[in-house]
Design a protein around this ligand. Structure first.
Ligand SMILES: [Zn+2]
Length: 138
């Protein structure tokens, strides 16, 4: 944000300079000689080119800030709806939980699979295909 404020302030400073050059040209009117006019117009063009660069810099910084903002909003939304319960993570509106091992170790959200057969018996559990972790249900 401070970069954006600095480049905006620089742009305003350059615009001020350009305006004073234009004002000087307007005030001098017809008295101005051709060589001076050419020089002042060249100065004006230099200032306009500088301000264009500053605006481009501001645009880039603004784009980055907007992306970061969107990222943080999504993380926040996720945090609110992502809760740990019964040994696994749940997301609002999703009936399939996520693997605790994968999420807490490496931040990966891996949907688990519901298994109930275990050799010849029954074992209701959530299974992760990535880390092979099993979490008993009930
Ligand atoms: Zn896992």
């Amino acid at each position: 944000m401070s970069g954006m404020l600095a480049s905006t302030a620089a742009a305003v400073g350059i615009i001020d300079k350009a305006v004073s050059i234009a004002k000087k040209l307007a005030d001098d009117g017809g008295d101005i000689d051709k060589a001076t006019l050419k020089l002042e117009l060249a100065n004006l063009m230099t200032e306009l080119a500088s301000v264009k660069m500053e605006v481009i810099t501001t645009q880039v910084l603004l784009f980055d800030a907007e992306q970061r903002n969107r990222q943080l909003e999504e993380q926040l939304k996720d945090k609110v709806s992502f809760v740990f319960r019964d040994g696994v993570y749940w997301k609002d509106g999703d009936d399939t939980p996520f693997c605790t091992m994968c999420y807490e170790k490496v931040g990966m959200k891996i949907h688990m699979i519901h298994y109930e057969k275990y050799y010849d018996s029954t074992w209701h559990r959530w299974h992760c295909k990535v880390c092979k972790d099993d979490v008993s249900i009930g």
